[in-house]
Design a protein around this ligand. Structure first.
Ligand code: ATP
Ligand code: MG
Length: 503
């Protein structure tokens, strides 16, 4: 094929960070008007490669050609000028600015006479983009007030506004629910028909097979393969990605449900949810699913004492709640992994070690002093146990790959045994090999008698792992399905999610 017919050609591209070769002589081509999937384990180098295109990272070696011409992409502005837009895995919105101001950041329409920002035009153009994405948030809302998923959609709108030749989406689906995803996928098809090349990073095999025209596998910074999707089987793609076969994506757990641990009765929190009731037993995995903003995370936070309840009861064993604070909930044996690792979890600039020991500092301290030998040993053990891959315990959490940041959060929260563990989107951004490991851990916790409340937007995961599934819509629990009949669960969930009653 002639080089001119290629949109992008990576030629022996390398990038090194202290202690890691993130990209090692990577070469492959991306065609115009195609969806090109990029897959690989956590830390394989996918985001690093994407950032070499967006100007966030400079190459150590190698060449990038765009439409047949070698280009050097020094910064974001230059990438934009070349027609490259990116939606980062960890996004970059400014929380106190409005949706519109973020979407057109640095490109606000101004009056040629007065130089003032033309707000009406700004909002109208933003509205048009949001409509294409079927996102109904007000354009003047501040971004900080939106959910993570809505923020992700705003990032996508921002990338769309650039009308780029190359659009890079770094794991957008890790955060979006099926509804937004459908809108996004429709839009991606329209864009490729108009000649845009889309580089799509995802850990979800279903999506890759549904969307991609080509797929590239990276492993440990090296290029493993680039193939048309038709020439690739699911098992062989998994094998190339993780370097081994997986017997089962959702390992079996025998039913080990015991007596009741959690009782939630008519729980309400102003505006977030209303009249929510359910129980969870020892050894049970109870999943809560639903659309963004349906109230799932708020229910979880309310149980954990992080959101004030305006009515109702929470009982944990014999302890009467609601809990007044997360600290009180933790003392009674609840642990919670929050949804948004950037806002509520990781201290990005602090060392990984500190991030991991944060929840249980007393375990590595005597009379309030951290014993550093003990801390280092504990951290090293937890990193192995949770498969957190980083160059060292002292690197800043920000330098970890997305999936490894998530695993570090699990290492922080799952250090002991608990009565109830609440996990809000625990496998977000985690690669498919590491997911299976995480499921095995969940199963082991359940089998040891812990009650598990898992929030997840990924239906196969919900159906593959839960004993029972609660579906929320607009702040109400629409129904609870017993997951014994997995074949019918998906359809029933989809109906409850949009508020239809199920008979
Ligand atoms: N700014 C940085 N400083 C130091 N090391 C970095 C930095 N960014 C990435 N790395 C390292 O480079 C390697 C590749 O990371 P990258 O983020 O590209 O992985 P990824 O394939 O996107 O993984 P994930 O699926 O978890 O998002 C990892 O070892 C990571 O720790
Ligand atoms: Mg990444």
């Amino acid at each position: 094929m002639q080089t001119q017919e290629l949109r992008i050609r990576f030629k022996r591209v390398s990038k090194r960070f202290p202690g890691v070769q993130a990209l090692d002589q990577v070469s492959f081509d991306v065609q115009p008007g195609c969806v090109h999937a990029l897959v690989g384990e956590n830390g394989a180098g996918k985001s690093t490669l994407a950032k070499t295109l967006s100007g966030a990272h400079q190459l150590d070696e190698g060449v990038i050609e765009l439409d047949g011409q070698p280009v050097s992409i020094r910064d974001a502005r230059q990438a934009q000028a070349l027609g490259i837009a990116i939606v980062y895995q960890e996004f970059n919105l400014i929380p106190h600015l409005s949706v519109s101001e973020n979407v057109f950041l640095g490109r606000w329409p101004r009056s040629p006479w007065s130089g003032l920002i033309q707000l009406r035009q700004l909002h109208a153009r933003t509205r048009q983009l949001l409509d294409e994405l079927e996102l109904s948030v007000p354009v003047h809302a501040t971004v900080g007030s939106l959910s993570v998923a809505q923020q992700q959609m705003v990032e996508i709108a921002k990338a769309l506004s650039l009308q780029a030749r190359v659009l890079i989406l770094d794991e957008p689906s890790a955060i979006l629910t099926p509804h937004e995803l459908t809108a996004l996928f429709r839009l991606m098809r329209r864009l490729t028909q108009n000649g845009t090349s889309i580089i799509y990073i995802s850990h979800r095999m279903d999506e890759i097979f549904a969307l991609a025209d080509h797929v590239t596998v990276l492993r440990d910074g090296r290029h493993i393969s680039t193939k048309p999707i038709h020439d690739v089987g699911r098992d062989s793609l998994i094998h190339e990605t993780v370097g081994r076969s997986l017997d089962q994506e959702f390992p079996h757990r025998k039913d080990c449900r015991g007596s009741r641990v959690l009782h939630v009765e008519e729980l309400c929190a102003n505006r977030a949810f209303d009249g929510v009731s359910f129980d969870i037993c020892e050894g049970e995995v109870f999943a809560l699913t639903g659309l963004i903003g349906s109230g799932r995370s708020s229910v979880a936070k309310a149980i954990f004492g992080a959101v004030r309840c305006s009515g109702g009861r929470v009982e944990l064993d014999n302890h009467l709640g609601p809990f007044r604070s997360p600290r009180a909930a933790m003392r009674s044996g609840i642990a919670m992994l929050p949804e948004d690792r950037k806002r509520e979890g990781l201290l990005l600039e602090r060392p990984l070690r500190e991030n991991i020991t944060l929840a249980h500092r007393e375990d590595v301290a005597t009379l309030g002093f951290i014993i550093s030998g003990r801390e280092k040993k504990a951290v090293a053990g937890l990193m192995v146990q949770h498969d957190v891959r980083a160059a060292a315990t002292e690197v800043a959490a920000a330098t970890l790959s997305g999936g490894n940041q998530q695993k570090a959060m699990l290492a922080r929260w799952l250090q002991r045994s608990y009565r109830l563990v609440i996990l809000d989107e625990p496998t977000r951004g985690v690669d498919i090999g590491a997911k299976v490991e995480m499921y095995l851990k969940l199963n082991a916790m359940a089998q040891a008698g812990t009650a598990i409340l898992m929030i997840s937007s990924e239906l196969p995961e919900v159906i593959g792992m839960a004993d029972r599934i609660g579906v929320m819509c607009e702040g109400r629990l629409m129904g609870i399905l017993d997951n014994a009949e997995r074949d019918t669960a998906q359809e029933q969930i989809m109906r409850l999610v949009v508020g239809e009653a199920v008979t």
